[in-house]
Design a protein around this ligand. Sequence first.
Ligand SMILES: [Zn+2]
Length: 171
Amino acid sequence: MAILELVPESNPVLRTPTTPVTDFGPAFQKIVDDMFETMYAVNGAGLAATQVGLGIRVAVIDVTSDQSQALVIVNPEIIETSGEQKMDMGCLSLPGCWASVKRAGWVKVRAQDRHGEVFEIEGEGVLSEAFQHEIDHLNGILFIDKLSVLKQKMVRQRARKVLKRHERGQK
Ligand SMILES: [Zn+2]
């Protein structure tokens, strides 16, 4: 396995809808393994292929703190939603940026697993958030795109301050 490099926000792959996965062979299996290793290495709760520069429709998710619910969603679609929630979320592609976006509180997702088997899965709370965040990525959307222009500016300014403080080695 290998840790993959996260692409910067300026990389156009992050803004381009992905193409469906049709080949579930060894090369794809390695990508999935590498995506898990990358996500866990940076303490992420989810990672979409676009974030490591790959324009294919796959994301890995694990919202637990002990790596006990590893999920792979290939060619996922949200087929049902209900309720509403606003949860503070960050994104590995937008270091230091945190904001809440209004999303469905519960979703049902239809996807394929890493071997191509179709399955359905439901999620609420953090898991619902993760499904919607990662599927947005696969559609070329970053969570910051969902904020007003003014809010985007505020979030980016705050992020810059946080990152500067980190560079200076303070907490
Ligand atoms: Zn993200």
